[in-house]
Write a protein that binds this ligand. Structure first.
Ligand SMILES: [Fe+2]
Ligand SMILES: [Fe+2]
Length: 251
């Protein structure tokens, strides 16, 4: 792959602070907090929304890379990735506005780069499996949960804004499902490696099996079954996710 510019660096203003996800999780646990913001307090909602904002930023950058990195990919693939850049840039704006709505600011919490690192996968099939199906599938779960919490606390701004973004994410996961199939149609080994990459990402968010069943406000992240079905996940895949992550299938 030809790389005329540093491909492993993210351009950020000074107000952004970069940290390893593992270090952030460990520091949180040391302070008696859950490894991920649990949405139980206004501060943890603000922190979760901030994490999503930087995720959207990296999703935009990752899709932009995919436009550039695979000049031999089918034209429709490149178009889908270009559309995704446009969608993600709107998501960044929406989440910046939500941070404002919640009284926070960009840079208030550290930025981790899990999404970006997945977007650096060398194979286009692995990239759409890992980012579009793995991470954006997870985004569907996170957004469905956030909508549920917003309804519960009576915040229609968050509820509607996140619902609009969720509609886009479902199309991004569908893109991932489509291109995983098309790019690996005659290459089962390439498909196996891409799916393995996606599975490793799903496992990374399992938090060592620390999740448990329960109401959405009590669990880390629940599985948004309906949104995932709309996004092209099979029932078998959803069941496997629920088992492997011990997440709660509440929606
Ligand atoms: Fe997004
Ligand atoms: Fe997306």
């Amino acid at each position: 792959m030809d790389r005329p510019i540093a491909y492993d660096k993210l351009a950020r203003e000074n107000r952004f602070v970069r940290m390893r996800a593992r270090d952030v999780g460990e520091l949180r646990v040391e302070q008696g907090l859950a490894p991920f913001p649990d949405l139980a307090s206004p501060e943890s909602i603000r922190e979760r929304v901030h994490g999503i904002m930087v995720g959207e930023l990296q999703a935009m950058e990752g899709a932009g890379r995919s436009v550039y990195d695979f000049p031999d990919a089918p034209w429709e693939f490149t178009m889908d990735m270009a559309r995704q850049v446009w969608d993600e840039s709107r998501h960044v704006e929406i989440y910046l506005a939500l941070i404002d709505h919640l009284g926070g600011y960009a840079g208030e919490f550290p930025e981790t780069t899990i999404l970006w690192r997945c977007a650096c996968a060398e194979d286009a099939a692995a990239r759409v499996a890992g980012v579009n199906r793995g991470l954006e599938g997870l985004a569907c779960d996170v957004f469905a949960q956030l909508i549920h919490i917003a309804k519960k606390i009576g915040d229609p701004v968050i509820e509607r804004a996140v619902d609009f973004v969720l509609a886009d994410e479902i199309t991004h996961v569908r893109m991932g499902s489509r291109w995983l199939n098309e790019l690996t149609r005659d290459d089962p080994e390439r498909r196996r490696r891409a799916v393995e990459f996606q599975d490793s990402i799903d496992e990374r968010f399992n938090l060592g099996g620390a999740r448990r069943d329960g109401a959405p406000e009590e669990v880390g992240i629940s599985i948004a079954k309906d949104a995932r079905r709309l996004a092209g996940f099979t029932d078998e895949e959803i069941e496997r996710l629920i088992k492997s992550t011990q997440r709660s299938p509440v929606y």
